[in-house]
Design a protein. Sequence first.
Lengths: 466, 214
Amino acid sequence: MGSPMTLAAKLWESHVVSSPPGGPDLLYIDLHLTHEATSPQAFDGLRLAGRSVRRPELTLALEDHNVPTSPLAVADPVSRTQLETLRRNCETYGVELYSLGHRRQGIVHVVGPELGLVHPGMTVVCGDSHTSTHGAFGALAFGIGTSDVEHVLATQCLELPRPKTMAVDFDGGLPRGVGAKDLVLALIAEIGPNGAQGHMVEYRGAAVRGLSMESRMTLCNMSIEAGARAGLVAPDATTLAYLKGRPYAPDAAHWDAAAAHWATLRSDPGARFDRCVRIDVSALTPWVTWGTNPAQAAPLASEVPAPDAFADPLDRASAQRALGYMDLVPGTPLRDIPIDVVFLGSCTNGRLEDLRAAASVLQGRSVADGTRLLVVPGSMEVRAEAEAEGLHEVFLASGAEWRSPGCSMCLGMNTDRLVGTVRSASTSNRNYEGRQGATARTHLVSPEVAAATAVTGRLTAPADLA
Amino acid sequence: MRGTEPVEPFTEHTGTAVAVRRDDIDTDQILPAEFCKRVVKSGYADALFKRWRERGDCVIDRPEHRGATILLAGKDFGIGSSREHAVWALRDGGFLAVVATGFGDIFRRNALNNGLIPVDLPAPVVEGLMDRVEADPGFRLTVDLRSCRLRWADQGADFVIDDRARRMLLEGKDAIEQTLLRRDAIAAYEARRAPWMPAVPRGAFDAASATAAR
Ligand code: SF4
């Protein structure tokens, strides 16, 4: 028996292709997801060097960042060129692509898992920082830039310095009405927007074990908002139940062998982490952001903080600047903040479970006058499943817009962009200055809070509704 | 680490600097998402810090800092989105190094892949340099990649940088070529992958659904 290993170390070591003395390890990449926004220059690089794609069948391309979500004609010529470039590249290099209109099109981080493409024990990369999502399956998954996208296309490998390990233990049971989004906002507020820099984070504890796969994806998705290289949850019965029967899950002939291997994918008792954080979640309540990075978050039941309340002078300056941008006055109850637009969607909270949670709040209620609610399912599959359950009828009856899949208002890139100093409540992952539109002000919220907020037109938890 | 563009070895650079006194500068600030619609790898100078510059009086645009090649910033520079466009914009804006206290992991790697040197130094050192640069815009700094040291006047500070990336930059090597040299090891690894690992051959999903529908 060797010394006890962390899950992250097991994943890392099982993918080492070669390990030159003194140099970083060369890792094999099992699955590469790609999309129109960060791949054109990578394919160009291949073309210029006369290289081919080593394993085209290990890459899946999707159109998500730059697609309209209603109506579906791509009016902007620059966007059209980008989509056409992806289509041409996929054809030339033999890469599978689910284009706008395909019945499996959607956001990369929603579609990969729902196809059963992400298994425990894999390495997954994508030219997108929220690739951390896939760690929910006990896979080592991280975002890369375009040069590395090119490297993976050409070699199916990446040479990487080995990150450190960090354990985050969520102690206690999650109270009712509190979910993964609240959990992760509380964590990021605790450790900071780059607090997990250089670390692969494993989430543990009873609260995590009790989360569905969708919620684990929400949690791992936001790992990058704490600066983590990757987020991980060890696979268990919940993981297996989610995977079984999906199109790209192991077939019957391999299932038992795969499951037996997956059972070994956990941190051994006594495994040493470079850093440990414990958070008691038994008294957690819904959280929202008030500032301009995801760490500037607080319980919805609290108030806009005063910059003076921060001991660290850097945090104080940063809060001061954020309140200026957000046009908020310290001491204002967060529940009094009026909201113009509510966005329900993104790779963080655009899955069926999220839509169900929001619909259950909206059932029999209406979106407030002067407030707009966009519901954007994360994929065509989520959209179809939601429609099969009649969720779209709940949304439409409440006065919400029921749209087609894409990144939509998560980032100010496609046509779903906020114009002017509009204030939004958004289930996405980034509240940076200008993220949803040049001067837009974003509050990050859970799907439940998004729905309740749409009803009242101010930041609201479902429990606050009469 | 770099792609296929002609790679010029980087050993040392001396230039003037501009100080952006701000922490947690995310890549959406460096380059807003709307510029990620382009399909090219250069020509992003107009997009650099676009939102701040639109609002006017951005330190980057002050005449006394024209020609600066080193950017000084607060803690945790380049967090957030993986967009390499942010690095291309800094490079197109004339920058060869960023001196800050901590970097976003993906940004740090993207920077090294493009020959933009991330110089990670403690906050008091960076703040001291900001004071100097603000007092004297002609103040010059030298980034020495051979000794991993930032030098100014008669002083200096050592920084840590990924050693492999450093050697690739010093020698001007193409990273993909280096990995391709190990094709035998890659093929050997592929031969021992688990048999249930998924693959998505082009057209297979539609073909399978068509069969199932029949
Ligand atoms: S939904 Fe937002 S965070 Fe997720 S992949 Fe799209 S743009 Fe990125």
